[in-house]
Write a protein that binds this ligand. Structure first.
Ligand SMILES: Cc1cc2nc3c(=O)[nH]c(=O)nc-3n(C[C@H](O)[C@H](O)[C@H](O)COP(=O)(O)O)c2cc1C
Length: 327
């Protein structure tokens, strides 16, 4: 049996030949890029995001895009070429005609949608699913729950308008992620991407100026996510792990913790696209060593229960570490 067949998985209603998808980035902003990634073996691609500000600017509702939302404009400039909304529709259509893997559209938003109609166009263009990257931000103080409620308002509206499988990409910075995920399950969200990686600004202490942060992740970042993947999986919404996945080791850990699949980006920028087949080959080797035939087999070999294993996910482990008690 080929590796792909043995590693088949389902995420947000999409059938994937294996769990390694490509996350939203500039590599997925052209049909050529998408075709190359599909040839390199990606099981699905999330397209480069279209920003809410771009949609609103085209519709005239935001006026001049560069004059508003400076943080988002900086982010948009730092993270690659901008795609105009109608070109985005063409990107979906052309990509779908060239590849046979799922193509997931991506919208980056932070306000209640006045752009739902556009999401319907994405659906009609043939996108297999829609990922909403929602990062609420306010310079003014907001009451507790403001960010969570904003996310749910956006998701509720889009769910009403769009039939596509809905995936929400979140950051780690919410006060109650477990509650939020369970609310999203009730609204009908099929998948969550955990987590969004912010473009953290930095300070240059020699030039005494703000600078851009590091664009690419390292594998060390993954360790901060795994607790959350364990904590948030199995709550009615499929999980795609994202952030710091650079080798087969992180892929396996994500799946064992409960994710259905992973998204990689930095690993593709730092290596050649062959990194996908390298990861698959390494997973295959581990599966052979363990006599695992399928993803289900390694889930069975590593059964864990959120109740019984709570100490690994919670504060007790931290107390143990600080008090030097290791049993
Ligand atoms: C060059 C570049 C462009 C990106 N563009 C987007 C984007 O348009 N939308 C989005 O949701 N995430 C975007 N991201 C974030 C990635 O999708 C991903 O969440 C992040 O890089 C963490 O994964 P990694 O550790 O595998 O890189 C971008 C990342 C990079 C490096």
């Amino acid at each position: 049996m080929s590796t792909d067949m043995r590693l088949g998985t389902k995420f947000a209603g999409l059938e994937l030949k294996h769990p390694i998808m490509v996350g939203a980035c500039s590599l997925t902003s052209t049909p050529d890029g998408i075709e190359k990634l599909a040839k390199a073996g990606a099981s699905a691609v999330v397209l480069k995001s279209l920003f809410e500000e771009q949609l609103m600017s085209e519709s005239g509702l935001y006026g001049n895009i560069e004059a508003l939302h400076p943080e988002n404009w900086d982010y948009m400039k730092s993270f690659g070429t901008q795609i105009r909304p109608m070109d985005y529709i063409r990107l979906i259509q052309e990509s779908k005609s060239r590849v046979d893997i799922p193509v997931i559209a991506s919208l980056n938003c932070q306000n209640r949608p006045q752009w739902s109609e556009f999401a319907i166009l994405l659906q009609n263009a043939g996108a297999d699913a829609l990922e909403l990257n929602i990062a609420p931000w306010s310079n003014d103080p907001q009451p507790p729950g403001w960010a969570e409620n904003l996310v749910l308002d956006i998701v509720r509206q889009v769910r009403k308008d769009v039939k596509l499988p809905l995936i929400v990409k979140l950051s780690q910075y919410f006060s109650s992620l477990t509650w939020l995920i369970e609310q999203m399950a009730a609204i009908g969200v099929e998948g969550v991407t955990l987590f969004n990686r912010f473009y953290h600004p930095d300070i240059d202490i020699h030039q005494l100026s703000w600078t851009g942060g590091k664009r690419l992740s390292t594998a060390q970042e993954f360790i901060a996510k795994i607790r959350w993947i364990g904590q948030l999986s199995g709550r009615g919404v499929d999980v795609s792990a994202s952030g710091g996945i650079h080798s087969a080791e992180e892929v396996l850990k994500a799946l064992l913790a409960g994710a259905s699949c992973v998204q990689i980006v930095s690993a593709l920028y730092l290596n050649k696209f062959e990194i996908i087949s390298t990861m698959l080959r390494d997973i295959d080797l581990i599966m052979k060593e363990r006599c695992w035939e399928s993803v289900d087999d390694f889930h069975a070999a590593f059964r864990w229960d959120r109740g019984e294993n709570a100490e690994f996910l919670s504060r007790r482990q931290y107390i143990r570490y600080l008090t030097g008690k290791d049993s």
